[in-house]
Structure formats: structure tokens, C-alpha cells
Design a protein around this ligand. Structure first.
Ligand code: CNA
Length: 365
């Protein structure tokens, strides 16, 4: 119980500082904005870059009562069959103990010196892996979903599914925590693949996580037992590899249908995942729950009136639909659940599932 109160307290504080942060747009920005708007309209008409009238009409529609987390909560409550798409990145798993890529000091990219790489991303590059798989498997030992438990944020996504509100969850994570949290495979798109399965790079023989894990924990590079030659690579998507067909197929359908997009724990820098945010309808609200603002529209897109990136504009002159809630993902999800009247349910679910996972791993030992 005390944990819950603490969380609510933290949530309220975070919400306050959040409001302060979003309300602090300067006067200079406003002047810039109106100039920008004139130039945008002019360019849009002259260059016919966008269907200006359509764009203006849709962007003027007020979709949220207020551009805040409360506005989002009202919107969900009013839309009984709200189709929600969630998008996630490494930030939803950091509280489980799995480091993300880009957080300063704790992120993986800051801790790769020991692997002597030509550059940090090489560890996830296919060409480098083919020549030298050891660094990847040394790192895999740290990243393996062993002893990690899904976070409240993962269980919040499961609750959305249980409530019949989740159209699909798109994750960049490879840690399998969504599966472990009980999200059914059909509701899940693992855009960057998963550690759950693997394949021999030579003969394509399939392997499961349990087999790969044994080798990796022993400090071995897993070698195929069918052809005795190829290295077994987990089915995670490396730089230079195609994203799964399922990603492209479902993204084409889901984003156009979504009534609400929730983005959590991602720096939104890896493409094509990051630009999924642009594929929802112009009237679809987008809520970002993250430690920092990310994925924002750049100045050129703004100038040209292109629908690229998130627009956190609390002045509401464009019928704003993008909300940034800045803070920890778990706190944000607890707060959202609380406001939706599911606070106790989320806490119970986390407690019950963590107990179950603890007793399962105790019985394995
Ligand atoms: P990233 O680029 O490391 O960004 C993480 C984002 O989450 C940053 O904006 C952080 O500020 C934010 N963040 C971190 N912790 C929290 C928290 N507790 N609450 C709120 N926000 C937080 O990671 P992305 O996912 O955007 O980058 C895509 C890469 C990371 C994908 O290719 C993944 O495969 C890869 N990755 C996955 C895992 C995993 O599976 N758990 C771990 C590390 C990297």
C-alpha cells in the first residue's frame, strides 16, 4: 500500500513539473510561430507540398478537452471502443534492470569500451558480427532475459489488452518481457526481432532461447549442432537487416485505424520505427511517456507544413493533440491507470504476476 502512495505522490510531483515544463513556452516562440505559420501556408500553397486546406481543417479540429494527461484520460473514457496502439523502446525495461542504449552513463553505448569496437553500433552490425561474434555474445550475457521481470509499464499494456482497448503493441525491445507479461503474440509486433528464437546463419536451423541461453551463459559462441559450422544468431534485427514482414504488414493496417497512440520509453531515433508516429490520422491524439521529450517535429517540416514528428504545443492554437508526460514510465503508467480507475487492478496484477514468476524460478533452482 505504501508503495502505491509513494508512487501516487511521485506521480503528482512529476505531473506538476511536467505541466510547468510544458507551459513554459516563451513569448519569442509565439512570435516565431506566427511568422512560421505565414511562411508555411505560403510555401504549402506555392509548392503544393501538402493539401493545404485538408491539412488545415484537420489540424484545427479540437480532439482533446485539454492537452494534458487528463485530456487523454477523458478521451479514453469517452471512447468506449477506443483502439489504442502502443509503441515502446528500451526505456520501458530499464526498471527491470536492463540498460537502454542512449541514457547518459547507464546506457549500453556508454559502456562498450571493453569490447574494443570500431564504433559502438558495430556490436549490432551484421558484417561485424559475421567476422567477430564474441563481443555480441559477451554483451548478450548482460542483456539476456534471465531473472528479469516485466515492469508495471508492461503490465499496463496487458491491462489495455484485457480491457479490449489494445489494437496492437509495437516494441523495439528484444528482451521478451512483453511475452513474459502475458501479452498474446497476436497483439505484439516485435519490430526489431527477439531473443526468443534464433537461427544458424549457415543452414538456417532454428533454435530456442533456452538452448542459446545455456551456451551464452557458459561464455560460448553458440554453434549449430545440425551443420556444426554456422553461428546461431538470435532473431534480433541487426543494423543492415530487414525488419520482419509482420511489422510492415500490420503497421500499414493498424496506424490508420488507431484512435490513440501511446509512446513509451523510446528516444524515437531508430527508423523506420520512429516515423510510425506519423502514420496515425491527423486527429489521433498521441501521448508520450518518457524521461525526455523526443520525436519532435523539426523546423523544416514545420516550415513546410509536413506532418512529421510530435508537436507539443500547449497554446492549443492548432487544436493540439500531442501530450508529453515527462518522467519514469512506470510512474506514468501507474498514474494513467489510477486516473482511469484501474489503479488497484494494475498494482494487484504486478504483485500477482511477480509472485508467480518468483515461484517459477525458485522451483527451477
Ligand atoms: P534508447 O535510444 O536507449 O532510448 C531510451 C529512451 O527511454 C530515452 O529517451 C530515455 O530517456 C528513456 N528512458 C530510459 N529509461 C526510462 C524510464 N525508466 N522511464 C521513462 N523513460 C526512460 O532506446 P530505443 O528503444 O529508443 O532505441 C531503439 C533500440 C534500443 C532498439 O533497436 C532496441 O532493440 C534497443 N535496445 C533494446 C533493449 C531491450 O530489449 N530492453 C535494451 C537496450 C537497447
Amino acid at each position: 500500500m505504501s508503495e502505491h502512495n509513494n508512487d501516487t505522490d511521485k506521480g503528482e510531483k512529476a505531473e506538476k513539473s511536467n505541466e510547468e515544463a510544458t507551459n513554459s513556452s516563451s513569448e519569442q516562440e509565439e512570435v516565431e510561430d506566427s511568422d512560421m505559420e505565414k511562411i508555411r501556408k505560403y510555401l504549402a500553397q506555392k509548392l503544393r507540398l501538402v493539401e493545404s486546406s485538408d491539412y488545415d481543417e484537420q489540424s484545427q479540429q479540437k480532439v482533446l478537452r485539454e492537452v494534458s494527461i487528463d485530456g487523454i484520460v477523458d478521451y479514453i473514457k469517452q471512447n468506449e471502443n477506443c483502439k489504442i496502439v502502443t509503441m515502446a523502446g528500451a526505456g520501458i525495461s530499464t526498471s527491470a534492470g536492463i540498460p537502454d542504449f542512449r541514457s547518459p552513463s547507464s546506457g549500453l553505448y556508454h559502456n562498450l569500451e571493453k569490447y574494443n569496437l570500431p564504433h559502438p553500433q558495430a556490436i549490432f552490425e551484421l558484417d561485424f558480427f559475421m567476422e567477430n561474434p564474441e563481443p555480441f555474445f559477451t554483451l548478450a550475457k548482460e542483456l539476456l532475459p534471465e531473472g528479469f521481470k516485466p515492469t508495471p509499464c508492461h503490465y499496463f499494456i496487458r491491462l489495455l489488452w484485457e480491457k479490449g482497448l489494445l489494437l496492437r503493441h509495437y516494441t523495439q525491445n528484444i528482451d521478451t518481457l512483453e511475452r513474459m507479461a502475458g501479452l498474446p503474440p497476436e497483439k505484439l509486433v516485435e519490430a526489431h526481432g527477439t531473443f526468443y528464437t534464433g537461427r544458424c546463419l549457415k543452414c538456417r536451423a532454428p533454435y530456442m532461447l533456452s538452448w542459446m541461453k545455456e551456451k551464452i551463459i557458459e561464455g560460448l559462441v553458440p554453434k549449430c549442432e545440425e551443420c556444426n559450422e554456422g553461428v546461431v544468431k538470435p532473431d534480433i534485427v541487426f543494423f543492415g537487416e530487414m525488419l520482419p514482414d509482420r511489422f510492415h504488414f500490420l503497421a500499414d493496417r493498424d496506424f490508420a485505424q488507431a484512435d490513440l497512440l501511446i509512446i513509451m520509453g523510446s528516444s524515437l531515433v531508430v527508423q523506420p520505427f520512429a516515423s510510425l508516429v506519423d502514420r496515425v490520422r491527423p486527429t489521433c491524439p498521441r501521448l508520450l511517456i518518457n524521461k525526455e521529450k523526443v520525436g519532435m517535429q523539426d523546423r523544416l517540416s514545420r516550415l513546410l507544413g509536413l506532418r512529421h514528428g510530435l508537436i507539443f504545443d500547449t497554446r492549443n492554437s492548432h487544436g493540439g493533440r500531442d501530450v508529453a508526460w515527462l518522467g519514469d514510465c512506470d510512474t506514468g503508467c501507474h498514474l494513467l491507470a489510477e486516473k482511469l480507475g484501474w489503479g488497484e487492478e494494475l498494482k494487484d496484477l504486478v504483485e500477482k504476476e511477480h509472485e508467480r514468476l518468483d515461484s517459477e524460478s525458485a522451483s527451477k533452482d
